[in-house]
Design a protein around this ligand. Structure first.
Ligand SMILES: Cc1cc2nc3c(=O)[nH]c(=O)nc-3n(C[C@H](O)[C@H](O)[C@H](O)COP(=O)(O)OP(=O)(O)OC[C@H]3O[C@@H](n4cnc5c(N)ncnc54)[C@H](O)[C@@H]3O)c2cc1C
Length: 415
């Protein structure tokens, strides 16, 4: 619904009592045609595409907390397609295409800003890797250039080039179609659009186990009782292993904390995303002016949504070694999410060993960017039973076949 200036003023003066709800608060039904577990970006996008692309109306999204409150709320919102493997490139390039039209499609401003990404290259091995990536990305028409250190500085004037540094900048890459979006707005936009098509989004409804009937799924046990459905999609990020265990199988994922921090707001100093892969840190500047900074994953499995001090110290120290002008900036807050890291750093978007139970897990530190294409591809799988044409490489069966897809551009310090 659009609001005129007058209606906004009237609501402000009336104590905000006249706003319509952005989505319903529906009662839980005893049965649905499909249940999506988890109202993060992937769950909401999947439900939206089930309704929009496949005409399914009796769809529920069951969320144990509040919608968009998981990793979708905790991420640093980098969206990019500069991957190494051909199937990954195709998948994420289509993802970017979808981001470009997302605000219009959802009728909701997700604040998508295509500001480009500079990656600093500090070893000769990495330079060889990015040259290989450039050649492959060129074949698919994904823009990705290699810059000299001086060209990198021209793009990011705050960068300090010191040839005597322990790890001098040898080169950089420029990926102009990378960008950022507002994480809450993405969850809210999908929730509102799915709700408008009749999808029930039921919050405060934890799924405690998967119920099987023979070789297939019968439904889910929840904190509010059993709900039947012949098709269930798990979009619960780090909790997928827990629910998979209740259905009788294991997943090749590990749950580890991943941290991020924001600084006090600054005047505009940075109009692109900067990634320093060797030093496991990256940052961009939000529309509010804060520097949004990410570090590497903590080195131990944990469900604790808090991080450890040495990661903060490493990430900030690394950033200051190349951007010393930021040394007086004060940190505002720090947080962590629990990420679902797949053993080959490639996600799983796949049927499971239980018929009718489908999986969207293992997005690790890079699933925000995949919300539009991931939801579309999972909805295709749930509705048709066949993998989406762009997601055939993400099947769980790759592990049993000994064909993991190691994706070094998957942003993890584990490889
Ligand atoms: C610090 C940090 C930085 C990141 N930076 C980036 C980045 O720059 N770019 C990028 O692309 N990605 C990034 N990511 C990764 C990204 O956030 C995730 O991959 C993405 O949000 C995953 O979305 P999701 O919908 O699968 O999971 P989530 O958003 O975590 O949603 C899962 C939902 O499932 C619910 N749930 C769990 N268990 C149950 C249950 N039993 N019953 C019902 N509901 C349940 C949870 O409450 C949650 O709401 C980052 C992550 C972190 C932590």
């Amino acid at each position: 619904m659009r609001h005129s200036f007058l209606s906004i003023a009237r609501n402000a003066l009336s104590g905000h009592s006249g706003w319509p709800r952005a989505w319903r608060d529906p009662p839980l039904q005893p049965a649905y045609d499909a249940i999506v577990v988890g109202a993060g970006g992937h769950g909401l996008s999947t439900a939206y595409h089930l309704a929009r692309d496949h005409g399914m109306r009796r769809v529920a999204v069951l969320e144990k907390g509040w919608l968009g409150g998981g990793n979708t709320a905790r991420n640093t919102v980098t969206i990019r397609a500069n991957y190494l493997r051909e199937p990954s490139m195709r998948f994420y390039a289509e993802g970017i295409r979808m981001w470009e039209g997302l605000s219009r499609e959802l009728g909701y401003n997700v604040m998508y800003s295509q500001r480009g990404q500079v990656d600093l290259v500090q070893t000769w091995a990495k330079l060889r890797d990015v040259r290989r990536r450039q050649a492959s990305l060129r074949l698919l028409g994904v823009p990705f250039e290699i810059l000299s250190p001086a060209e990198a500085k021209a793009r990011v004037p705050l960068l300090e080039l010191d040839a005597q540094a322990r790890m001098p900048v040898l080169a950089a890459t420029w990926h102009p179609t990378a960008g950022v979006a507002r994480h809450d707005a993405v969850a809210w936009g999908y929730a509102r659009a799915a709700d408008a098509m009749g999808v029930d989004i039921v919050q405060d409804c934890e799924v405690t186990s998967i119920r099987r009937a023979g070789g297939g799924v019968a439904g889910v046990e929840t904190a509010r009782g059993f709900v039947a459905a012949p098709r269930v999609a798990l979009c619960v990020s780090a909790h997928a292993g827990v629910l998979a265990a209740t259905a009788g199988f294991r997943l090749p994922i590990e749950t580890v904390p991943l941290q991020a921090f924001v600084s006090e707001p600054l005047k505009p100093v940075l109009d692109t995303i900067v990634n320093i892969p060797h030093l496991a840190t990256y940052f961009s500047q939000s529309d509010k002016g804060e520097l949004v900074i990410g570090g590497g994953a903590d080195g131990y499995p944990s469900y604790a949504a808090r991080g450890s001090f040495h990661v903060v110290e490493d990430a900030i120290g690394a950033m200051l070694s190349l951007f010393p002008a930021l040394r007086r900036v004060r940190m505002l807050r720090q947080w962590a999410g629990s990420i679902d890291l797949c053993h080959d750093i490639t996600p799983i978007l796949s049927p499971s060993p239980v018929e009718g139970l489908h999986l969207s897990v293992g997005w690790g530190s890079g699933g925000f960017k995949a919300i539009p294409i991931g939801g579309k591809a999972l909805a295709h799988l749930v509705a048709t039973g066949a993998p989406h044409p762009l997601a055939g490489h993400l099947l769980l069966s790759r592990f049993a076949r000994g064909r993991p897809l190691f994706e070094t551009a998957g942003a993890s310090n584990r490889l």
